[in-house]
Design a protein around this ligand. Structure first.
Ligand SMILES: Cc1ncc(COP(=O)(O)O)c(C=O)c1O
Length: 453
């Protein structure tokens, strides 16, 4: 019999996260204080995050211990299985082996709980009682709701309007785990009210929702904000995915030629790719590819520079590829990929040519998702469909070039709560959104106001 899945025993779970900051081949520009423009100091972030997470955010230690209570929660679904996609391989008839990490097995259905559980834990031990956050498709909001419930914290989630309307079931997941969920822009914050005054029908954006979630907690001693992607500590927590994958591939004597993940803020891609990126920095030949939407082409077309993570310019200035903090991306169904910026770690590695990025139009990604569902059976989240589109493209290339390749990708989440998107696709109602060149020019102008990295 062919081996379809590779499992690690529970006692083989990695006990440390990997921090790429210890191995960066070239220095990264620091985040800057939004007011002074000076490199950020830990205390500058103390109103927003607990100090234990700020320390992780700034750490250059290569290995960071995973606390026992976090490991205990991880055990509910981790180690996640490594699968081989034999059926898709057969369908594509290409000289490739396709492996994937199934992160859809978590209770919330995606990779997001890997950092949600860690962040809830660190906030709890710091004495925080309430967390507030934003969510796109609702994957992150539901993950944090679950994690807050596990550690006895209150949770308030600002959900991007377009997803709030498209995906009512994620709101219900959040409520089931005891959180409160609001459509963003909302009337609850000054930022929300301002946006609604200008455009009452605003579909919302992650940038707006982040501003609302931060505004909620600033100045409140018992409350902090939590971000589901982009920041260094989030990338760190997600490395459990790649570290497990390395052990699993070792067990079957494989090593990938190509690593793929979809990229919204960069966390699931980073989680799988960073432990292998370390190998690449030390000489391994691997192609490491981020797949993003053509309608929100942050890595493939946006300028690199300092920009804010949110509309209201409350976050630190981050060195990253950005479409502009005030950019409202098209209302595509992959809500988790509608972010104007990108993790500074991923941005830096793409800029240095260690990673690469490709953009895919919405229809191509759903076509790939359907191909997957009809061969491998699991229904992928619309975000994950972007990674699958890249896998299909790589397999076709391998066939054209007559080269054997081992492809490893991150199956970041299931789409069982995203079936409305599949309905829209299957009934021919979905479009490809073009990203206009003028908007790139506008992004350049936005970034020109800020210091150069
Ligand atoms: C299933 C899934 N994949 C990918 C993403 C993109 O986020 P990130 O780039 O941080 O992994 C999201 C975000 O919500 C998601 O829900």
């Amino acid at each position: 019999m062919k081996q379809v899945k590779v499992f690690l025993n529970e006692d083989e779970i990695p006990r440390q996260w990997y921090n790429i900051m210890a191995d960066m081949p070239t220095p990264m520009s620091p985040p800057l204080h939004p007011g002074t423009g000076q490199p950020l100091k830990p205390e500058d972030m103390a109103q927003i995050f607990p100090m234990n997470l700020i320390e992780q955010e700034m750490s250059t230690e290569r290995w960071i211990d995973i606390p026992e209570p976090v490991l205990e929660k991880y055990m509910l679904w981790r180690p996640s299985p490594l699968y081989r996609a034999y059926n898709l391989e057969k369908l594509l008839d290409a000289p490739v082996k396709i492996y994937y990490k199934h992160e859809g097995v978590s209770p919330a259905g995606s990779h997001k709980p890997n950092t949600a559980v860690a962040q809830a834990y660190y906030n709890k031990v710091f004495g925080i009682k309430k967390l507030s956050t934003e969510t796109g498709a609702g994957q992150w909001g539901s993950a944090l709701s679950m994690a807050c419930n596990m550690f006895g914290l209150e949770c308030r989630v600002f959900m991007v309007r377009v997803s709030y309307d498209q995906k009512p079931y994620r709101r219900l997941m959040m409520q089931t785990w005891g959180a409160k969920c609001f459509a963003s822009p909302s009337e609850l914050t000054e930022t929300g009210r301002k946006v609604l005054a200008q455009n009452p029908d605003s579909p919302g954006s992650l940038g707006i929702a982040i501003s609302e979630a931060i505004e909620e907690i600033v100045g409140k001693e018992d409350s902090r904000y939590s971000l589901g992607s982009v920041l260094n500590h989030v990338m760190l927590h997600q490395t459990i995915i790649g570290l497990e994958a390395q052990k699993q591939l070792d067990m079957i004597g494989e090593y990938p030629d190509v690593i793929i993940g979809c990229a919204g803020g960069g966390s699931n891609f980073a989680g799988l790719a960073l432990p292998f990126t370390r190998d690449k920095i030390h000489g391994k030949e691997i192609a490491i590819i981020a797949a993003e939407p053509a309608s929100c082409p942050t890595l493939t077309r946006a300028p690199f520079g300092y920009d804010f993570g949110d509309l209201a310019m409350t976050t630190p200035l981050l060195p990253m590829y950005s479409l502009g903090h005030d950019y409202v991306p098209a209302p595509i169904h992959a809500g988790g990929l509608r972010y104007h910026g990108m993790a500074p770690i991923i941005s830096h590695l793409v800029k240095e040519g260690i990673m690469e990025a490709r953009a895919y139009p919405q229809l191509e990604t759903f076509e790939a998702g359907i191909q997957w569902a009809r061969s491998e059976a699991f229904i992928p989240a619309p975000e994950t469909c972007h990674a699958i589109a890249a896998v299909v493209q790589e397999a076709k290339r391998a066939k054209e070039e007559g080269k054997e390749k081992v492809i490893l990708f991150n199956w970041s989440g299931h789409g069982l709560v995203d079936l409305a998107s599949y309905d829209a696709y299957l009934s021919g109602k979905l479009n490809n959104y073009q990203f206009p060149e003028e908007d790139i020019e506008q992004a350049k102008k936005t970034l020109e106001q800020f210091p150069k990295p």
